[in-house]
Each structure stands twice: as C-alpha cells, then as structure tokens.
Design a binder for this molecule. Structure first.
Ligand SMILES: [Zn+2]
Length: 254
C-alpha cells in the first residue's frame, strides 16, 4: 500500500505539531543508504534488514533501468500491531486499517511496518514504493502496486512462488485475462481491490519475464515518466508492439 496526496497533506500538517505528539520509544536506529531505520525493538538479529534494503535498491535499479536519488526514507519498525496503531492513530488515522504504510513527503518518505512473519515482505513492498518515487516523478497507481507486489518477494524468488501466481493460474482456467481499462481507471488506493493487486502483479511479471520485447516496452514507459514526458497508457504501448497482449499475458502466466 502507499498513501498519497491526502495523507501527505495530513502528515505535513502534523509535522508542525511534532512537539505535541507522543513519540514512540525507539530503542534502535540504523542508517542504510537513503533509509534511516528506527525500531521499537533491538535490531541485533535483524541484520538482514540492511542487506535486504540495499539489495532491493540494486535489484530495482538494475531490473527497471532506474537510478534512485538519496531523498531520505524514514523506516519505522513497530514491536506490535497495537503500538503501530497507537502511533498512527494520532498522525495518520486514515492509514490505521492498513497492515503497513508508505507516506511520501517533501522532507522524507516514511514507511511504517510491524514486526512479525510478514515484516520483511511488507518492508520490501513499502520500500519499493519509496524507491520508485526516489527515481521517478510519479508512477501510475496500478503499476506502482504491481511493481511493489513484484519486488516484495525476496531477491531471487520473484520469478516463481508469489501467492498471486497460484491464484492467477486458477483464474486463467476460468477464462481470466487482464483488464487494463479497469486497472488504469483506478485513482485511489480505496479503489484498488485484492484482484487489482494480483492482476497488476501479473502484468508486471509478464513484462519482466516473458520476452525482451515486453520488457523493453515497460522500461521505455518508465523512461518517458523519468524524462517528464506525457507517459500515456502502458496498455497502448504494449498493444502497439504485442497486438494480442491480453492473450499473451494469460498464456505466460498459466
Ligand atoms: Zn502498496
């Protein structure tokens, strides 16, 4: 998940109230590239977090042909769901329902993640949003989520094994094909359904793993965004090169 404009405004307002807002008890702190990690629990034994974040940035830059700037990304790690909720309730109440969160802002992007079995996945997911915005002026919502779903898997395990893979294989038996119009019409996170996340992942997977042609369309699309051009629709770009792209995506994923 990534929370955009409305929450960003709320956060910027709150930053002016910093003195009056109860702070969490950070017991550990670490700097890894652009990431400043603060944690409610000792990070000894969690050294892989630093490696993961460095690796994620390397993978993302190499895979997508991007270069991330070093705009600060603050990572907040919470010991429990209740302390996460207590922290967010006074700062970003709109984000309370989300299991993890990324909020962009001018001074620094902020990532909120809870310790637990999903911590590493959530951290990679939210950090992908943050890194993409350190490389590009914007990313269309559905594609941003598709890329975050893709990169949330550990390095080296992105080609195969994501839960979306199994779900899509099943859906394809019942005639599934990607609905680009639906995805490209999504304007806010509240519009994005679980199936949208899954389908966005499937399209990203197709672009990155089906053929050099498909990959070059995605990379050229991201380059347009990077160069400040009007990027238009990735679907249109794909169709120009791969006219039966929907069928090819289903074929690739089954
Ligand atoms: Zn996300």
């Amino acid at each position: 998940m990534s929370v955009r404009v409305s929450l960003m405004a709320a956060l910027m307002t709150l930053s002016g109230l910093a003195g009056s807002v109860v702070d969490a008890d950070w017991v550990d702190e670490r700097q890894v590239g652009a990431f400043r990690i603060r944690s409610e629990f000792p990070l000894r034994g969690f050294d892989d977090i630093s490696t993961e974040l460095t690796q994620l940035q390397d993978d993302l830059e190499e895979t997508l042909g991007l270069e991330c700037n070093d705009h600060p990304i603050h990572v907040y790690l919470f010991a429990s769901r209740s302390s996460y909720r207590a922290y967010l309730s006074i700062r970003i109440p709109d984000g309370l329902q989300r299991k993890a969160l990324y909020v962009p802002a001018k001074d620094a992007g902020r990532i909120y993640v809870v310790r637990g079995s999903d911590m590493a996945t959530d951290l990679r997911h939210e950090a992908t949003h943050a890194l993409l915005l350190n490389a590009l002026p914007y990313v269309p919502l559905w594609l941003d989520e598709g890329l975050a779903e893709y990169f949330e898997a550990p390095s080296g395990r992105r080609f195969s094994g994501h839960p979306h893979e199994r779900e899509l294989k099943w859906a394809i038996r019942f005639g599934w094909s990607p609905d680009f119009d639906r995805l490209e019409s999504r304007k806010g996170l509240l519009d994005m359904t679980g199936k949208d996340y899954r389908d966005a992942w499937g399209i990203v997977h197709f672009c990155l793993h089906s053929s050099p042609q498909a990959k070059s369309v995605l990379l050229a699309y991201l380059r347009k965004i990077s160069d400040g051009e009007l990027a238009g629709s990735l679907h249109d770009d794909l169709r120009r090169v791969i006219p039966d792209v929907e069928r090819r995506i289903a074929q690739h994923l089954k």
